[in-house]
Write a protein that binds this ligand. Structure first.
Ligand SMILES: NC(=O)c1ccc[n+]([C@@H]2O[C@H](COP(=O)([O-])OP(=O)(O)OC[C@H]3O[C@@H](n4cnc5c(N)ncnc54)[C@H](OP(=O)(O)O)[C@@H]3O)[C@@H](O)[C@H]2O)c1
Length: 275
């Protein structure tokens, strides 16, 4: 794991490579989002994670255009919102997102949440969206093992990626094993536990030992366990800090220790109870 770098990509089952580190933009307000994405791209990030519901797709699109980085060098992800789930509505939703993003394709289109009674029809729409070239690859988010099993049974296709909350304080190893077994990339959202565990004493101890920041320890852990990871910051200095994680390696002993920290600490919505 010492050979990781900001250009590291992970191979998905849909013949598309995913840059392992990305920038999340949830809760980045429009102007902040524009600056955050431009900062990230200038620092070498090549993966941006937005969603229709974040209300900032237009700023992401503008930032990409103004960045001077070629569109084809950027891995752009957006998500189908719950209110748009269903076959016809999903087909319309991608067109709205693409218009706001100012592009004719996204690199990955995700079902944002496993909405009961609609998720499988949404997935069939995503397959059409992919066939039409509006998304280079398709995946899901917040899918637990039962949702993935159902999807595979009903539709026969395997998502490229599953974006779920994952950090040392929420380690769903059963879900992770399932994703590995099926060749689904696991993408960790809220890798800093939405900022709520940065002051954990065990993280602080490791930060001082490695002479890195608490956020860097958590991001480095996600990279070393092989997740795609999308820390969010609206602050250019923190965006730089969050990518400055390639000059140290957490030891096997420390990785083993962190693997014991799970406390099912969920900061975002809980898909485990969704039928
Ligand atoms: N699919 C889903 O349902 C879903 C759900 C949640 C999140 N996501 C995606 O995952 C991304 C990341 O998750 P998240 O936004 O929930 O949380 P996160 O990345 O775990 O944490 C973000 C918080 O940490 C702060 N922060 C960032 N870098 C820091 C640093 N170096 N030092 C101290 N504080 C720092 C940020 O504040 P500042 O911005 O002020 O720096 C913000 O308050 C989202 O933006 C979104 O793209 C997806």
């Amino acid at each position: 794991m010492s050979n990781l770098e900001i250009t590291t990509t992970l191979q998905s089952n849909q013949t598309i490579s995913v840059p392992q580190l990305g920038l999340g933009v949830w809760k980045s307000r429009p102007k902040e989002c524009l600056e955050a994405v431009k900062s990230a791209l200038s620092l070498g990030y090549r993966h941006i994670d937005t969603a229709a519901i974040y209300g900032n797709e237009a700023d992401v699109g503008t930032a990409i255009k103004e960045s001077g980085v070629k569109r084809s060098d950027i891995f752009l992800v957006t998500k189908l919102w719950n209110a748009d789930q269903g076959y016809d509505t999903a087909l319309r939703a991608i067109d709205v997102s693409l218009k706001k993003l100012g592009t004719d394709y996204v690199d990955m289109y995700l079902i944002h949440f496993p909405v009961s009674g609609k998720r499988n029809d949404s997935w069939k729409a995503l397959e059409k969206i992919k066939a039409e070239g509006k998304a280079k690859s398709i995946g899901v988010s917040n899918f637990m093992v039962s949702h993935l099993e159902e999807l595979l049974k009903e539709t026969g296709t395997v998502p490229a990626m599953n974006q779920v909350e994952y950090h040392p304080f929420l380690q769903d190893t059963k879900l992770k094993e399932y994703c590995i077994q099926k060749g689904i990339l696991l993408e960790a959202y809220s890798p800093l536990a939405h900022g709520q565990k940065l002051e954990d004493a065990r993280v602080t101890k490791l930060a001082s030992q490695y002479k890195k920041s608490n956020a860097q320890i958590l991001i480095r852990w996600s990279l070393q366990v092989g997740h795609v990871v999308i820390p969010k910051s609206k602050n250019p200095e923190r965006i730089r800090e969050n990518a400055d994680v390639y000059d140290f390696v957490l030891s096997d002993a420390d990785m083993k220790e962190i693997s014991t920290w799970n406390e099912d600490f969920r900061t975002c919505w809980d898909p485990t109870t969704v039928e």
